[in-house]
Design a protein around this ligand. Structure first.
Ligand SMILES: O=C(CO)COP(=O)(O)O
Length: 252
């Protein structure tokens, strides 16, 4: 089964407008062919429009880092999936552990967001992952299975086939302490088996699963060599243009 690799940067709450634009100008025209790998920049909402404009026609896609689950209304401070879709944005990251922890997002919210995003023709990148405590208690598989089952509730097989899921162990995010490639492969395998149990093998063979947590140019190829790892969701190492582009070198 060959799934197209997908490398996505997640800038989190970093950069000014000038820095975001300079980054886009620096990477424009430099990513490998979209036949080999999909390349995505996850930007704060403020910079989505200028990034989409600079990268219009380039192989690099832009992703939002969040969206609300309503298309309009009295929801001060939120951004709708409809408005994000209207900018030509292809992906929206949802359920990141930082959103779950600091902004109290629940599995139910994430499921509603997934549905609203898909209804607007955008692909969600749905994050899951366990705390250090859960990992050390040997409960990772049950935890991730439960998060994924809740996030996918009521989605159709076709919708799930087109999704991207990111497995990000919380203990490996921004810590420099990455899960080793076999552990990442094993838990991405748990995600795939969960999808298979819910939707069957055709769907689980199609869904793309990223690993995230201290991925760098030096270790990305090892993750990408694993059966169940189809991509990476990268924080720190996606912030500088040179390092971001170096994450794509594994295709050569
Ligand atoms: O949370 C992450 C990406 O969403 C991972 O962040 P780091 O790559 O900085 O560990």
């Amino acid at each position: 089964m060959s799934r197209k690799p997908i490398i996505a940067g997640n800038w989190k709450m970093n950069k000014t407008l000038a820095e975001a634009k300079a980054f886009a100008e620096a990477v424009k025209g430099k990513a490998p062919s979209a036949d080999l790998v999909e390349t995505v920049i996850g930007s704060p909402a403020l910079f989505l429009a200028p990034l989409a404009e600079i990268l219009n026609g380039d192989v690099i896609e832009v992703a939002a880092q969040n969206a609300y689950f309503e298309n309009a209304g009295a929801f001060t401070g939120e951004n709708s999936p409809a408005a994000i879709a209207d900018l030509g944005i292809k992906y929206i990251i949802i359920g990141h552990s930082e959103r779950r922890e600091y902004f109290h997002e629940t599995d139910e919210d994430i499921n509603k967001k997934a549905k609203a995003i898909i209804a607007n023709g955008v692909t969600p990148i749905i994050c899951c992952g366990e705390t250090l405590e859960t990992y050390e208690a040997g409960q990772t598989a049950q935890w991730v299975e439960s998060q994924i089952t809740a996030a996918l509730k009521d989605l159709t097989p076709e919708q799930v086939s087109n999704l991207v899921i990111a497995y990000e162990p919380i203990w490996a995010i921004g810590t420099g302490k990455s899960a080793d490639a076999n552990t990442a492969d094993e838990t991405c395998g748990v995600v795939r088996n969960t999808v298979e149990k819910l939707y069957g093998k055709t769907v689980s063979d199609a869904v793309r699963i990223q690993y995230g947590g201290s991925v760098k140019p030096e270790n990305v190829a090892e993750y990408m060599s694993k059966e169940n790892v189809d991509g990476a969701l990268v924080g720190g190492a996606s912030l500088e243009a040179e390092s971001f582009l170096a994450l794509l070198d594994f295709v050569n």
